[in-house]
Design a protein around this ligand. Structure first.
Ligand code: AMP
Ligand code: FE
Ligand code: FE
Ligand code: ZN
Length: 290
């Protein structure tokens, strides 16, 4: 069967997405993808569900994670792809981050209460379900209560930096995050470079810390921008990835498979991931269709 592409960036209910990993697999099959990465924020516990759901479907599940880092006072997201989701140091660090996110969730609800909006913290916690607590959980609660009409309005009025409900999130440093991904046998990829002030400078900084690749295909990046980032990756000798950053409705028009990496790029990633695992003394990931 011909290769239908790889969507290497997706979120589930294990962080701030709305779909279960099993539902994401269904969507990937509908979109005729060959490979799908689950890359939840600060969480890898959806990965066994992804693996189980992929069995017998012919899909290649990819173990991923998305880490929020702070670099020069900027929020920089790092994707870890082909990580070993059982690697103890990564797991310990992710658990720390989730605990800190939970504290921050409490603080956000408290700040909104001071602003006159009374949200039910325990009900929100139920939607978090032991995953990574994020602003989208609060945004949905604000919608449900009728405080805002749309998800974006929740951010614009209440949750973005400088707004009444904003509480900063504890973050990794970029070198720390790259080190954790590599230590877990994964490839470290700069997510959605269009989000940052100076992508070339960031790529240069990442490169010196062991960055492996750049997310060239992303719904927030248009054709010209993708071309520019592909050039940047090529000059730096970095790998290229693509992904939909799907979170489920109502977060914009993103769809599973909306951005996908063709076979040539996929095979490069596979080779690089094999080498990374071997250099860590970890077993190679399973790249076969399930
Ligand atoms: P957090 O990690 O808790 O700070 O939440 C960040 C997530 O919120 C991002 O991954 C997006 O899914 C979502 N998000 C951030 N800013 C906005 C925005 N202005 N509008 C809509 N969604 C946003
Ligand atoms: Fe998110
Ligand atoms: Fe991101
Ligand atoms: Zn994402």
């Amino acid at each position: 069967m011909s290769f239908g592409g790889a969507d290497l960036h997706c979120h589930s209910i294990r962080s701030d997405g709305l779909d279960t990993p099993a539902r994401l697999v269904e969507r990937a099959l509908e979109a005729r993808l060959s490979a799908l990465a689950l890359s939840d924020h600060d969480a890898v516990h959806g990965l066994p569900e992804l693996e189980a759901a992929a069995r017998g479907t012919g899909l290649i599940p990819v173990a991923g994670v998305e880490l929020s880092t702070r670099s020069d006072d900027e929020d920089v997201h790092l994707l870890g792809l082909f990580v070993d989701p059982t690697e103890p140091r990564l797991l310990a660090r992710l658990a720390e981050m989730r605990t800190a996110r939970d504290r921050r969730g409490e603080a956000m609800v408290e700040r909104l209460r001071e602003a006159g909006i009374d949200l039910d913290l325990e009900a929100i916690r139920t939607t978090v379900g032991g995953g990574a607590f994020g602003r989208p959980h609060v945004a949905r609660a604000l919608m449900q209560k009728g405080v805002v009409a749309t998800f974006d309005e929740a951010f614009d009025r209440w949750l973005s930096r400088g707004r009444p409900g904003y509480v900063p999130k504890p973050k990794w440093s970029l070198p720390d995050a790259i080190g954790a991904v590599r230590g877990a046998g994964g490839l470290a990829v700069l997510a959605h470079p269009i989000w940052y002030d100076d992508p070339p400078a960031l790529v240069a900084a990442g490169l010196s810390e062991g960055l492996d690749g750049v997310e060239v295909g992303h719904p927030d990046q248009d054709g010209a921008q993708e071309e520019a980032f592909a050039g940047l990756a090529r000059e730096a000798g970095l790998l290229v990835t693509a992904g939909s950053d799907y979170h489920g409705p109502p977060q914009g028009g993103k769809t599973v498979g909306g951005r996908r990496l063709p076979e040539e790029g996929w095979l490069r990633l596979v080779e690089a991931a094999r080498r990374r695992r071997a250099s860590c003394g970890l077993p190679a990931p399973d790249f076969s269709p399930r």
